[in-house]
Write a protein that binds this ligand. Structure first.
Ligand SMILES: Nc1nc2c(ncn2[C@@H]2O[C@H](COP(=O)(O)OP(=O)(O)O)[C@@H](O)[C@H]2O)c(=O)[nH]1
Ligand SMILES: [Mg+2]
Length: 387
């Protein structure tokens, strides 16, 4: 693995950062090694996720917010995941235009993530890109995603602060999106506040938020902005900061981080297992062939998967079949007689004997592998074991 590349990232060199993000996007063999090296250097940036419907003004807001932070002396990294946005479609042109407003300098880095490839991994590569920018010393990393689709929602959830952008007069839309993104908003923005219906949207949003129950009892602030006129940006930064302070003080933070880690783990595992199956030479052709056969109804998806994985699931094995025994209780008249068999004849060791008063039994415990045998002897005639 290129030590130079990591060195370049840690020095905040644009070229190295861009190359590293391309590597994680492609899922290069070097990417895992790279991320392992990057990991210990992360955790300093404030990661802000910005999501909302296409056209809500996310990109405009991100640009103004970045400019605001830049003027405060921060270095800002921006990652866009928005297939509907011209910034990702025509990534280079879009980024140039945005660079023009933000100023081409070392303190701002903008990157649009390529749309998902064959093996998925858009969310994985985006979160990796954020980690790279964090390690590169950017103070704020802003992630823009369009608020539709599971991947996008998951990405925003990994941010330290999630901002949901709405626009006035979208009553029905609020209902529609509420299932997906309403509960992930730590801060709500009503952008395009130069339009009519701001107050109504605000009221609707407030009533929705009172219904929502957050496990951390945070009351998400609502900020009105006009991104195109640079209005409300300072309020937005204040709201973001207030949640950051709140979150770092509470113990919900660890739970949140653990939930994120769990999601990341399954994400990377999925991708890894998928690659183990489909990464072999000829596997892609095999996939195409099987897809064709399924389409022609020559086979079904399940049989095709078995063919790819090469290991049919044992049909006799039921989901409910136990796979592990904690302990097995055996009633006996006399523990010492029982021990003669279990301990002397089979060589198990009695590690502990105790009397459980309320059950009226004497118990001997003999570990066997990860399980244990418990011999139970009644201590009185009315013990449940006597019957
Ligand atoms: N009137 C008005 N238009 C805005 C505002 N913010 C963004 N826009 C316009 O809305 C359109 C979509 O903005 P964009 O930032 O690309 O939205 P995105 O798809 O959410 O990233 C553009 O034409 C912007 O100029 C605003 O506050 N007021
Ligand atoms: Mg956009």
């Amino acid at each position: 693995m290129a030590v130079d590349l990591i060195d370049g990232i840690l020095k905040g060199e644009t070229r190295s950062i861009a190359r590293a993000i391309t590597a994680v996007e492609n899922g290069d063999a070097t990417a895992a090694e790279l991320m392992k090296a990057v990991f210990p250097k992360t955790g300093n940036a404030l990661v802000i996720g910005i999501t909302g419907a296409p056209g809500a003004g996310k990109s405009s807001l991100v640009d103004k917010l970045a400019l605001y932070y830049k003027q405060k002396g921060d270095r800002i990294g921006i990652v866009c995941v928005d297939p509907s946005s011209p910034f990702s479609g025509g990534a280079i042109l879009g980024d140039r235009i945005r660079m023009a407003t933000l100023g081409l300098d070392k303190n701002v880095f903008i990157r649009s993530m390529a749309t998902r490839g064959n093996l998925g991994g858009l969310s994985r590569s985006t979160v990796d890109a954020v980690a790279i920018l964090d390690a590169a010393g950017f103070d704020k990393v802003i992630v823009e995603t369009v608020g539709v689709g599971q991947d996008e929602v998951e990405i925003v959830k990994t941010a330290d602060v999630s901002v949901v952008v709405l626009v006035p007069g979208m009553g029905d839309d609020i209902q529609a999106i509420k299932a997906g993104i309403m509960e992930i908003g730590d801060v709500f923005v009503i952008n395009k506040a130069d339009r009519e219906g701001v107050l109504r949207t605000q009221k609707e949003l407030e009533s929705l938020l009172t219904l929502a129950h957050r496990p951390d009892f945070w009351d998400p602030p609502i900020v009105n902005t006009v991104a195109t006129e640079n209005k409300g940006i300072e309020d937005l930064s204040t709201a973001i900061e207030s949640y950051r302070v709140f979150q770092s003080a509470g113990d919900a933070n660890l739970t949140r981080r653990q939930a994120i880690a769990r999601w990341r783990l399954t994400e990377v595992l999925q991708e890894r297992l998928l690659r183990d199956v489909l990464g072999k030479t000829g596997a892609e052709d095999e996939l195409e062939r099987l897809a064709g056969e399924i389409a022609e109804k020559k086979t079904d998806v399940y049989s095709a998967v078995e063919e790819l994985v090469g290991r049919p699931v044992d049909p006799s094995r039921k989901e409910t079949q136990p796979r592990y025994i904690n302990h097995l209780g055996i009633a006996t008249r006399n523990i010492d007689d029982g021990l003669r068999f279990w301990a002397d004849a089979l060589g198990l060791e009695n590690v502990h004997t105790e009397i459980v008063k309320d059950q009226k039994v004497r118990v001997a415990m003999l570990p066997i592998g990860e399980s244990r045998i418990e011999l139970l002897e009644p201590t009185s005639e009315d013990s449940p074991i006597s019957k």
